[in-house]
Design a protein around this ligand. Sequence first.
Ligand SMILES: C[S@@+](CC[C@H](N)C(=O)[O-])C[C@H]1O[C@@H](n2cnc3c(N)ncnc32)[C@H](O)[C@@H]1O
Ligand code: SF4
Length: 411
Amino acid sequence: MAGPLPIGDPAPADGSLPAQAAVGAADRTFHAYVHIPFCTVRCGYCDFNTYTAGELAGARQSDYADVLIAEVKFSAQVIMDAGLPKRKLSTVFFGGGTPTLLPASDLARILEALRNAFEIVEDAEVTTEANPDTVDADYLRELRNGGFNRVSFGMQSAVSSVLATLERSHNPENVSIGVAAAKELGLKTSVDLIYGAPGETLAEWRQSVETAIAMQPDHISAYALIVEDGTKLARQIKAGQLAEPDEDLQADKYELADSLLADAGFDWYEVSNWSRGSENLSAHNISYWASQDWWGYGPGAHSHVGGVRWWNVKHPTSFAAKLAEGNSPAAGRETLSERTRLEERVLLEIRISEGLSVDLAKKVNPDAGKLIAGFIADELVDAKAAIGGVLKLTLKGRLLADSLVRKLLAD
Ligand SMILES: C[S@@+](CC[C@H](N)C(=O)[O-])C[C@H]1O[C@@H](n2cnc3c(N)ncnc32)[C@H](O)[C@@H]1O
Ligand code: SF4
């Protein structure tokens, strides 16, 4: 969802899906992502599709739940018209932007609309992202009563100077208060961390990981800072005001995080994600990595059904206008070729602890056998698993995951 939208084919105004979308649908699960495109201020590193009050050009946060509910109803009709089998939602994820800038009752109302349109599998994972300053126990209780059972907190760092460099406005103490309140209410919890802010030392990163672990969330994500074009951070680095993240230090930080997390009982299950036991991994994330079907609701959101992918217009005002006319809010779409679908599977599956099947790698690249022998020799993949037919990254391999993918997908 970050950056400009892709250039694809025109999307039909009635949202209708090509026949391919329905092929094999009964064997795939169905998921919903709900994008809430509002933030109080924009953090210097972020290029997600989100808008501060001054950028809304007439769109109103107070109208947003109704606009979103219009897309939910629209999607139910499109899915029925496409002849897709009736499938309940297996997971729901509200992301942003800052979903928790909306009243909890609005989030619950959108969730209710999804439940009415599709039904939701019993005990399905229903998550919202939350900025630490925007939730308290009453807010979280309302979410829980509305059907949410998991909250993902944007912590990023425990160190004030690092948060200042990232231009994060939240009070770091509010993260542990929020996580404790969520746990008390029986909600599952996750925290997001970022490593590699300019000037961040290894000791400061250790402090952030240890602080996150001390909160005992069920799940922790740790992302390497990406310097996105067009962000204030990119401009500051270009102007020499801030240092570029150092690759070697980034690798040290990843290794440190993995070792601290493993010692604290968190297992990695995807390169940037760790959970306390398999019951706490994010089922929603896994649905993306396993190329299941999902509808992305909201401005700029991407959807995927059976190899058909489409994305909505980015601005909340044009998004609302399209739906008010009774039209699809999609800006473009593409139907993935069999080859592209295989390549995407390689890209995603190599990053997960379950691994990528050697057969699939060979389907994509006839020279994969030779490459894999090299990966084993360089200790990038587990030798025993590879001989058994699955490519599972070692710690060293996780640090070089992108380069392995580039080699496997090279023509
Ligand atoms: C887009 S945010 C939305 C949730 C919430 N607004 C927040 O900031 O916590 C989701 C997560 O993406 C990650 N993220 C955003 N921009 C990033 C970047 N440039 N590099 C690495 N991670 C990033 C952050 O860890 C953040 O928690
Ligand atoms: S709060 Fe989250 S979504 Fe909003 S600008 Fe910051 S990182 Fe981006």
